[in-house]
Design a protein around this ligand. Sequence first.
Ligand code: FMN
Length: 184
Amino acid sequence: MDEKVTVAVLAGTTRVQRESIKAAHYVADFARKLPNVEVIFVDPVDFNFPGDGNDLEGKDPRYTEIVAKADAFFIVTPEYNHSFPGSLKRMLDSELQLYNHKPVAFAGASDGNWGGVRAVEALLNAIRETGLVALSWDVYFPHVDKMFNTDGTIKEEHRERYDRNLGKLFAELLLFARLFKTIR
Ligand SMILES: Cc1cc2nc3c(=O)[nH]c(=O)nc-3n(C[C@H](O)[C@H](O)[C@H](O)COP(=O)(O)O)c2cc1C
């Protein structure tokens, strides 16, 4: 039997009317159905990161605990001015060593055609420095404001394709997570 893996799914924004949160919940719900996977949903709204940096004053101990426990990360980021939101950066910046030798997958989201591809590309630069190890491909949610039903489920016309792509991406993420567990 495969070893249990804990995946932290990070939502990327605190914006009140955020649409990308639906994509983040869809990713987390998908992962919860996978065998031997524990999902921790991380919503930046629920945390408090005073100031900047990763010294003791800049941390939220609940986030520290999650990062310590997680074997893998899945970040769902919207695109803000061709980059990723400041709240996501602030949350990521609050830790460092605990990310080391853990894999991370990405999904981008936007209300336009490109699905947040520039946000993920911008995020990659910062991720390299954290010690997280990025997978080589991503999932994108263009027109994210139209992709989900009001109850948060993905619309039927998108379900099969997104389930298939997420399945492949999670297979890769879990493979790396189990591999890296052996060297940590
Ligand atoms: C401050 C801000 C900047 C944005 N910049 C971009 C952008 O550069 N490119 C883009 O495709 N969408 C941009 N958007 C629109 C987002 O794609 C849209 O809000 C989408 O629903 C995902 O973000 P959300 O989770 O905040 O809703 C921007 C939205 C905000 C609030």
